[in-house]
Design a protein. Structure first.
Length: 190
């Protein structure tokens, strides 16, 4: 994948992204071809393959761009607090509604979840650089799955929670203040 900073190349990559998202608004994702994307962007297939191996890579790239946007905003808030993370996450998702809605509309949940695993893993390593042990991957899987499903539910909901409500809820859950099991709970006493 192209990693340079040539302005012409970066514009071409942006046109490919815009082309796919536009096509996704018009037709089923499974029916969109690389040729369709290139035609819409008015670029060659070779240009496409300079940046991406397949159309899924464009979605992955978009998700990573969201992550980069979030991390840039958090880098300005050192030390980073959990509340800032949840606010920045929901704010980034909200500002990228078009992408998130298209992911949901086309059943690309698996791409969001797969990319969130890597994003959360990188984030966890940055927040806590020393690994806690062999269970780190389980913690990452749990957290990424939960957050991915919360995001998907948010964008599927008929009456979605506000960005602020979702941020506060996520903060409350992650801080351990939302779910509380009482000792006299019928589930525990069975």
């Amino acid at each position: 994948m192209y990693m340079g900073n040539n302005p012409t190349a970066l514009h071409s990559r942006e046109w490919l992204v815009d082309a796919l998202l536009s096509l996704m608004e018009e037709q089923n994702y499974s029916k969109i071809t690389v040729k369709d994307i290139c035609n819409k962007a008015d670029l060659s297939r070779q240009t496409f393959y300079n940046f991406f191996e397949c159309k899924d890579d464009i979605i992955r790239f978009c998700i990573h761009q969201c992550y980069a946007e979030m991390m840039k905003g958090l880098a300005e808030k050192i030390p980073v607090k959990l509340e800032a993370v949840t606010r920045k996450l929901t704010g980034t998702l909200y500002s990228n509604q078009r992408l998130m809605r298209l992911i949901v509309l086309h059943g690309l949940d698996y791409l969001l979840e797969l990319e969130l695993v890597s994003v959360i893993q990188v984030f966890a390593e940055q927040m806590s650089p020393s690994p806690k042990g062999e269970l780190d991957s389980y913690a990452t899987a749990f957290l990424s799955g939960a957050i991915a499903h919360m995001i998907l539910y948010w964008f599927k909901a008929e009456k979605p929670a506000s960005q602020e409500q979702l941020s506060e809820l996520l903060y409350s859950i992650l801080a351990g203040n939302y779910f509380q099991i009482q000792n006299d709970s019928p589930i525990i006493n069975q």
